[in-house]
Design a binder for this molecule. Sequence first.
Ligand code: ATR
Length: 281
Amino acid sequence: MISGKAKLAGVMGWPVQHSQSPRLHGYWLDQYGIDGAYVPLPVRPEDFESAFRALPKLGFSGVNITVPHKQTALELVDIVDPPAQQIGAVNTVAVSEDGNLIGYNTDGFGFLENLVQGSPDFNPTAGPAVVLGAGGAARAVVCSLIDAGVPDLRLVNRTRDRAEVLADSAHGPVNVYDFSSIDEALDGANLLVNTTALGMEGNPSLAIGLDALPVRALVNDIVYAPLQTELLKAAATRGNPVVDGLGMLLHQARAGFEKWFGVMPDVTDDLRAHILKGMNG
Ligand code: ATR
């Protein structure tokens, strides 16, 4: 039940009907008994600027931004939080008391929090990290690992130029490898993360050998459909600790929820089950 004083948030995207965010934030609003609402906001690209600028006038506390508006939102916000600038995209917006739009990117936070929850002993400073992919998701993962103090980040991408561009803009110890020298990249690694679309339902699976990867290395796939990708299955079979990708989606949402509704929510097994049910239904 919401009152006339309910706090408002939502997700702006086009299309937006497949977004799990209303289900996710709705779960937390119920769980914490908060007087608030989180709604889908389908906004066409040509309407984005006017709809976005109207948020303070409509009394919104903030929104999530999804495809295809994340880069446009970065250009339109009044204040940009440094990670959003670094990643080049805004996925979370808060409206300040004086009506300014503040742009954040919470993907890197979600990525790291997921690793910490799924593998409490993981220490990003303990050794090299191998990141597969150089797209938008890789950018967030790379920035967060550098901020966390990773000593050597080995970036592997099909298109080498794209990895070089990301490495140049990352301000950290990033070294670019080709898939043909993946064994060299995996040698001595402490973490392996797949940020490519490979392994996602409908895509080819990621065909890399893990022989060169130490068995103590943590393996994470940010693909979460399916939850157990071929990469995670192969890693678990040889004894590596593994963390699946659903948690990144759930943890990145916590930061926005706290800004809008004033409570930092938890990611629990029950929430995971609730979201998986939504995805499959
Ligand atoms: P996102 O924003 O979700 O990260 P993206 O920017 O389209 O998506 O990036 C997709 C990543 O998956 C890229 O690293 C891409 O490699 P390229 O830069 O070479 O395109 C990688 N990828 C997608 N399909 C691939 C394939 N068949 N083989 C290898 N890498 C692939």
